[in-house]
Design a protein around this ligand. Structure first.
Ligand code: TRP
Length: 326
């Protein structure tokens, strides 16, 4: 019996190589080892202001990109969070065993309530409770996440402990799997890659558009002229090489950079070639799926159906433990 693994991604619109390296590529690899449940978490995304009219397109796009990147519905259950209402039902139960003080300590809550001062709603505050419900409704024990989510996984363990202490052993204590590509910096080499900062390479961008962005991407700031030797250790473009380029080309670029044998443009061209080679088949699959919405709808309907079997079973146990059923 494989261990159950859960992870979720917000439907942010255009996905970029930061999402790909930080999450999706690992999700694909983990499908071989675990019983994977992957969700597009639409109900988390409504805690900040968003456009309801374009939300369906964002959700569908996220599903399509996950499939295009290699999430295989025969290996993993792929679904949209709101299609399995037990998530929100369990979140309500969990909110009654979660201390307010714990939620107030969450870094993401503090950051988001700074960023969205005009809309600090209760959903933003209880966001980690819904996340705990996402994971525990499947009694998942493994959760691949970025570094910024580790605190929420710790909270999930506390929620499980609090529930078990009050109602009897039901939920396991889950462990985060923190990916190596914890924090992919944007092309500015400074901030985490994000859509809002416009420092990203989108997964669906054309090779030409990607080159225009890569060409001006920040490298080793101390390397001012072509004749200056550079330091790959502090170069964000080199970091991207470590994720996209074969070892031989990584070594070549590092060595030739240190002795000014090649310039930043040469180095970027090699990176560009490798990124394009990895993304080309993904883009092709995405275009095929975009033209075949019916299959995509069928895949998430089937994913939700298979998730509901587990989620309904858990909720049945929970209701009995709570004493609202007998
Ligand atoms: N909060 C996560 C993020 O912003 C997304 C998410 C929601 C999630 N529910 C989850 C991740 C459950 C892991 C497990 O990235």
């Amino acid at each position: 019996m494989k261990e159950t693994l859960f992870s979720g991604i917000q439907p942010t619109g255009e996905l970029h190589i930061g999402n790909y390296l930080g999450a999706i590529r690992n999700w694909v690899a983990l499908q071989e080892t675990y019983d994977c449940v992957y969700s597009v978490v639409d109900y988390h995304a409504i805690t900040i202001e968003y456009d309801a009219a374009t939300f369906p397109a964002r959700i569908m796009n996220a599903v399509i990109m996950l499939l295009a990147c290699g999430i295989d519905p025969r290996k993993a259950r792929l679904f949209v969070q709101s299609h399995v209402p037990e998530h929100t039902e369990l979140a309500w139960v969990f909110s009654s065993v979660t201390p307010m003080g714990e939620l107030g300590r969450m870094t993401q809550f503090k950051e988001k309530s700074e960023q969205h001062r005009q809309n600090v709603n209760a959903g933003l505050f209880t966001y980690p409770v819904l996340q705990a419900a996402d994971i525990l409704v499947y009694k998942a024990t493994r959760v691949p996440v970025g570094e910024d989510q580790v605190q929420h996984i710790e909270l999930t363990r506390e929620v499980a402990r609090a529930f078990n202490a009050r109602y009897g052993a039901m939920f396991p204590e889950c462990q985060a799997i923190v990916s190596k590509a914890r924090r992919i910096l944007g092309l500015d080499g400074k901030a985490k890659m994000s859509k809002s900062l416009n420092n990203y390479l989108g997964l669906m961008e054309s090779p030409e558009a990607m080159w225009e962005k890569l060409r001006v991407a920040v490298t080793d700031p101390a390397r001012k002229r072509r004749s200056d030797p550079g330091n790959p250790d502090v170069c964000n473009v080199f970091t991207l090489h470590t994720f996209f380029s074969p070892p031989g080309e990584q070594e070549y670029c590092a060595k030739e950079c240190r002795c000014a044998g090649i310039g930043c443009i040469d180095c970027k061209k090699i990176l560009w070639k490798n990124i394009c080679a990895e993304l080309a088949p993904i883009q092709e699959r995405a275009r095929t799926l975009q033209a075949d919405r019916k299959s995509v709808e069928d895949i998430i309907a089937d994913g939700a159906r298979r998730c509901a079997i587990t989620a309904q079973q858990t909720m049945c146990e929970v209701r009995h433990a709570l004493g609202v059923r007998w």
